[in-house]
Design a protein around this ligand. Structure first.
Ligand code: PMP
Length: 372
């Protein structure tokens, strides 16, 4: 039996479309990671890890949360995170992908509607596919389009609960969401607003508590905060009403049937969250964002108001060639291609982190300008 044929032809089709991916090593100045605050390799977190090991925090959790995996370090992280971010309850997951999948697979019920941004993350799509609610896409960041989808669904007899799913800062477009308008929409429809703050946590909002922290408190919100980006760790925190946390503890299969995340990582994440009380790193990053916006806008990289900038290219092959040319000059810039982004919209994603200096940005601007 030729078991290989379908896989080979699938990969060949990707190669023909210029979409075949290969794992490649890190090289050059970091313009591609999500380590926005430069915490991943910071002494602050190394010391937290050493201190936690010294006081006996285990590396492995040794079981699922409902069995022996519920280490006190994990409960401490959840309690501290809930207090810092202002959530009624928080659950710690081993990744943002797992948290989103678990949530959308479990919480929206049969008869409900999930209306999601057309560019919502893959993990939300996978969760929705596992879940029982009806799902509909609405145009990117278009509140009126979300409104129309909900009205249409109600008009067709939909009577269940509505869940509105957005990201506060889109990872492949760098644009921030007008969250106040979405909160008002949720209120108007008595809907729940689910906000993925993966790329805003630690970077935006008061004390880096995310863009949703700029809104008045409300009990109809669920917020995903990932720890693997600005916080330099791994895992995710899902903030929500206690009722939903209790529901997930009882019903969310990826929570129930998976080994709990590492207690050591929970201890390090607590230190990362505490570090947000100091504003220096955030201010330094915001200054770098302003600097980069001024330097890069004239050469075809428009300001987005965030730390994620894009040089739109279009074709896959050209995007890859441009990224390779920049990599050869010592800049770790990556091409983003379909299916991560829609067909024909390949782009260079320039991620600003404290692992790059203003001088590095100037040199990148020079390199990009020369390519154009
Ligand atoms: N949501 C968004 C918007 C993301 O960009 C990502 C990571 N690419 C995730 C969720 C998943 O988070 P994690 O990397 O922790 O699995």
């Amino acid at each position: 039996m030729n078991w290989a044929a379908p896989f080979e032809s699938n990969l060949a089709a990707l190669a023909d479309a210029g979409s075949l991916r290969r794992l490649s090593p890190r090289r050059g100045v970091d313009f591609s990671s999500n380590d926005y605050l430069g915490l991943a390799d910071a002494p602050l977190l190394r010391e937290a890890a050493g201190e936690a090991l010294a006081r006996g925090v285990p590396i492995g959790s040794c079981g699922s949360r409902l069995l022996r995996g519920n280490d006190p370090e994990i409960e401490a992280l959840e309690a501290e995170a809930a207090a810092f971010f202002g959530d009624e309850a928080t659950l710690f997951f081993s990744s943002g992908f797992a948290a989103n999948t678990a949530f959308f697979a479990t919480v929206p019920q049969r008869g409900d509607l999930v209306v999601h941004d057309a560019l919502i993350h893959a993990s939300v799509h996978d969760g929705m596919r596992l879940g029982r609610a009806e799902t509909r896409a609405a145009a990117h960041q278009d509140v009126a389009a979300f409104d129309a989808v909900i009205a249409d669904w109600r008009g067709q007899g939909g009577t269940g609960r509505v869940w509105i799913a957005v990201e506060s800062l889109y990872s492949m477009d760098g644009d921030k969401t007008p969250l106040a308008n979405f909160a008002a929409l949720a209120d108007r429809h008595e809907a729940m607003l689910v906000v993925d703050e993966a790329h805003a946590t630690g970077v935006w909002g008061p004390l880096g508590r995310g863009l949703s922290a700029e809104l008045p408190r409300a009990d109809n919100r669920v917020i995903l905060r990932t720890l693997g980006k600005a916080l330099g760790c791994e895992g995710a925190l899902l903030g929500m009403p206690r009722l939903l946390a209790d529901f997930m503890v009882n019903r969310a299969r990826p929570f129930i049937f998976s080994t709990a995340p590492s207690p050591l990582m929970a201890a390090i994440a607590r230190a990362a969250i505490r570090s947000l009380e100091a504003s220096e790193r955030r201010e330094q990053l915001h200054a770098l964002v302003d600097h980069a916006a001024a330097k890069l806008a004239p050469i075809g990289v428009p300001a987005t108001g965030s730390q994620i900038l894009l040089r739109h290219v279009g074709g896959n092959a050209r995007a890859v060639a441009m990224a390779e040319a920049l990599q050869a000059q010592g800049f770790d810039v990556r091409a983003i291609r379909p299916p991560t982004v829609p067909q024909g919209t390949a782009r260079l994603r320039i991620s600003l982190t404290l692992n790059a200096t203003p001088d590095d940005v100037d040199a990148l601007a020079q390199g990009l300008g020369d390519l154009a």
